[in-house]
Design a protein around this ligand. Structure first.
Ligand SMILES: *Cc1c(COP(=O)(O)O)cnc(C)c1O
Length: 391
């Protein structure tokens, strides 16, 4: 079976992990934490990087450090991984779901503008965007760079500035993705554009620490709050005295040792992902009824997953396609289930069942092909043959 994903672990990972074991530095103290954070901050082009235990806790930590809490609301895309609405709920805030862009699958700035116009009122006294229906304070927008393609950040930043919203990027699938902003001569790395950016290092992400995450930011204050909140918020005056509720989201030195070795290779990994996408494009372009992922001229995708859509004209349902591929030794994954369809959310989160036509359609049509870093050219052409043989 050609797997959907598998990590590549180089020789330095072994060397650094053995160093942790040999020296006994296996908890969250130890030099690899700092070295991994510094190397990752340099890679993303930001001032601060703070390790955490997962992408999920990175999202929670960033929102908490930015002061999001009960009574607040955070706007997220409807097509995303469940960790995104969970992280909002952990803070006591309420997530608001928006439909996505049919081309990039990311949060659609036009829907964001519509939502603000139709449902919100800007209170100039408190400089707060108020949600008229709930009375909540809309405090932040959380764009997710899905499957490695960047969001339309300039429009999101403009709306955020005009409405006093914080911007927290979820770059868990987009290490090294670039956005060509109209405001900067150089393309901006995903995660470096908003008030904070969050990454995951789960084993199937572009770089991995097994489990792990990172919050990045240029703000000294936000980074300091992240460091305090992820380590139980010991008071500066006296250890074991605590004035705030906080968390233990500390990564271990062993994980950071793997992470450092992975950052050293990240440019090669991104090149591998892009070469994989190129090979799939060549092998699959012209297959009727199959929509291939695109890369907008204003962005660089890192193709975390090679995500395709099965259109009606393909002649087989998506379920049929993925089942038949599996019989032919090709493993796949379907797209995320839209957040508004998740049974875990109460009905009162919904603006209406028909408010998400794009995310509903994408989640029915979409799946991803094997996209691991260890995939060979030969495996890619076998996958392409298997797909073509279905028609
Ligand atoms: C993987 C992922 C997360 C969560 O990361 P974990 O490390 O698995 O907690 C969050 N958001 C997105 C978009 C992801 O793909």
């Amino acid at each position: 079976m050609i797997p959907v994903n598998e990590p590549l672990l180089g020789a330095n990972a072994q060397k650094y992990v053995l160093d942790c074991l040999n020296t006994g530095w296996i908890s969250s103290a130890g030099s690899y934490i700092r070295r991994f954070e510094e190397a990752f901050a340099a890679f993303v082009g930001v001032k601060h990087a703070v390790t955490t235990t997962s992408g999920t806790t990175a999202l929670h930590l960033a929102l908490a450090a930015l002061g999001i809490g009960p009574g607040d609301e955070v706007i997220i895309p409807d097509l995303t991984m469940i960790a995104v609405p969970y992280a909002v709920l952990y803070t006591g805030a309420r997530p608001i779901f928006l439909d996505v862009d049919p081309e990039t699958f990311n949060i659609d700035p036009d829907r964001l503008r519509d939502f603000i116009r139709a449902w919100c009122r800007f209170d100039s006294g408190s400089k707060t965007l108020l949600h008229k229906r709930t009375g909540g304070a809309v405090r932040a927008v959380l764009p997710v760079h899905l499957y490695g393609h960047p969001c339309r950040m300039d429009e999101i930043l403009d709306l955020a500035r005009d409405n006093n919203l914080l911007v927290v990027e979820d770059a868990a699938e987009a290490h090294g993705a670039l956005y060509h902003s109209g405001r900067s001569p150089r393309p901006l790395p995903a995660g470096s554009i908003g008030d904070a950016g969050c990454f995951s290092f789960y084993a199937n992400k572009i770089i991995t620490t097994g489990e792990g995450g990172m919050v990045v930011t240029d703000s000294d204050a936000t980074a300091a709050r992240c460091r305090r909140l992820k380590d139980l918020a010991h008071s500066p005056e006296r250890r074991f005295l605590h004035t705030d509720l906080a968390y233990n989201y500390r990564m271990t030195n062993v994980q950071a040792a793997i992470g450092l070795a992975q950052v050293e290779e990240v440019d090669r990994f991104i090149a591998l992902k892009r070469r994989m996408a190129e090979a799939y494009h060549q092998g699959l372009s012209g297959v009727d009824g199959l929509t291939l992922p695109l890369e907008k001229p204003w962005g660089r995708s890192v193709y975390w997953m090679y995500a395709v859509l099965v259109e009606e004209s393909f002649g087989l349902s998506r379920e049929n396609v993925t089942a038949r591929l599996k019989e032919n030794g090709v493993d796949t994954r379907t797209f995320f289930v839209p957040v508004h369809e998740q049974p875990v959310f109460r009905k009162d989160f919904l603006p209406g069942e028909d408010a998400f036509p794009v995310s509903v359609a994408l989640s029915k049509k979409g799946f991803y092909l094997p996209s691991g870093l260890a995939l060979t050219e030969e495996q890619i052409s076998r996958v392409c043959q298997a797909v073509k043989s279905l028609r």
